[in-house]
Design a protein around this ligand. Structure first.
Ligand SMILES: *Cc1c(COP(=O)(O)O)cnc(C)c1O
Length: 382
């Protein structure tokens, strides 16, 4: 049997026409409990927290897209991250995170898991030799995010996985920015993939969710245990929305990447802009690694302004189409100020953001409209 391509699996994996009615879209099953034929004899479903048919469809589809044996859905990206941490590390273990990790990941470790006895440190994971030399004692997990939010740092998944596995540690990759369409961390050696499906996978700014993909049965069992025991599960309707988003992921990502390239071209040439952070630029320090491990460079672009924080704050308030808002990865273009918005939870920490930084989530609107909007706004601050 031949393996269907990504775009085909995104539409069909876990989504056979309904056996009872022929409905081509998996029915939204809202029931919280399922009739049993006899005590303990059921058709795979007993109670909605433990399993739900709509959630199953989403979990099966995600697993297929990440090339994993198991998919697990959660109520948010943070709930997914928390379940993975609970399943993989325990009190006394050490976790290494990127020195520009997503602010929420930093906060989860520093404020929730550290008080429970898990130690952590932030490291420059682009320098694998340095990580090997300064490997913290007791490290059981290396948390990779690539490209990172919001600095677009690229971490070589294969190199980190080889080092970590040699030292008896697991590797988790936050694949939110790349999505499985652009990057397949398990094939590069990662043990677990986590997603905020709130972003590109949902893709329409109308659902908060998280997903986990994992190949190893025992690890999947541990995460599934936390999913059921702690219960941070998504509603069936949330699962339905993410499943619907996945169908168009490939076409949306192609357009996000294409539009981002045009936006980067404008920014690089604009005198008000100091530095452009985009892995597709040949001068980006992670360009070679990104070209190796990603199909394309994604739809996220960050940049700093020559005139610093004042100009950044003015710019984010001056665009017409780019909406000033947190979050990312949906069809509409967004602009934001990480230091005061998405990454405020990392303020006054080693992971704090440059106040001159602006982050764009380039959407799938007409590219000329997007470029005009940004040019006008830059003219106003410049
Ligand atoms: C948004 C985000 C998260 C957190 O996901 P939520 O769905 O908001 O809980 C984790 N990692 C990255 C890279 C994100 O952008």
């Amino acid at each position: 049997m031949t393996e269907d391509h990504f775009e085909t699996r995104a539409i069909h994996a876990g989504q056979e026409p309904d056996a009872a009615t022929g409905a081509v879209v998996p029915p939204l099953t809202l029931a919280t409990t399922f009739a049993q034929d006899a005590v303990g004899e059921h058709r795979g479903y007993e109670y909605g927290r433990t399993a739900n048919p709509t959630r199953d469809a989403l979990e099966t589809c995600l697993a297929s897209l990440e090339g994993a044996a198991h998919g697990l859905a959660f109520a948010s990206g943070m709930a997914a991250e928390d379940a993975v941490l609970r399943a993989v590390v325990q009190a006394g273990d050490h976790v290494v995170i990127p020195n520009d990790a997503y602010g929420g990941t930093y906060r989860l470790l520093a404020r929730v898991h550290a008080p429970a006895g898990i130690s952590w440190s932030a490291a420059d994971l682009t320098d694998v030799d340095d990580l090997a030399t300064h490997w913290p004692d007791g490290t059981r997990l290396v948390w990779v995010e690539t490209p990172t939010n919001p600095l677009l740092t690229v971490i070589d998944i294969e190199a980190v996985a080889a080092l970590a596995h040699g030292r008896g540690a697991r590797v988790v990759v936050d694949n939110t920015f790349a999505t499985p369409y652009l990057q397949q961390p398990l094939a590069l050696g990662a043990d677990v993939v986590v997603h905020s499906s709130t972003k590109y996978l949902g893709g329409h700014s109308d659902v908060v969710g998280g997903l986990v993909a994992v190949d190893e049965d025992e690890l999947a069992e541990g995460i599934a245990f936390v999913q059921n025991a702690a219960g941070a599960v998504p509603s069936p309707f949330d699962c339905y929305l993410v499943l619907r988003g996945l169908k168009t992921l490939a076409v949306r990502m192609d357009r996000h990447c294409e539009n981002a390239r045009a936006v980067v071209e404008l920014l690089v040439a604009n005198p008000a802009v100091a530095t452009v952070l985009y892995p597709g630029l040949p001068g980006h320090p992670g360009h070679a690694a990104a070209a190796r491990q990603m199909r394309d460079f994604g739809g996220m672009v960050s940049f700093t302004l020559v005139d610093g924080e004042d100009a950044a704050l003015k710019l984010v308030a001056s665009t017409r189409l780019f909406t000033l808002a947190e979050s990312l990865g949906a069809v509409e273009s967004l602009i934001e100020h990480p230091a005061r918005m998405t990454h405020a939870s990392a303020a006054n920490s080693p992971l704090a953001c440059d106040p001159a930084l602006v982050r764009l989530s380039v959407g799938v609107e007409n590219v000329a409209d997007l470029v005009d909007d940004l040019r006008d706004a830059l003219d106003a601050v410049g």
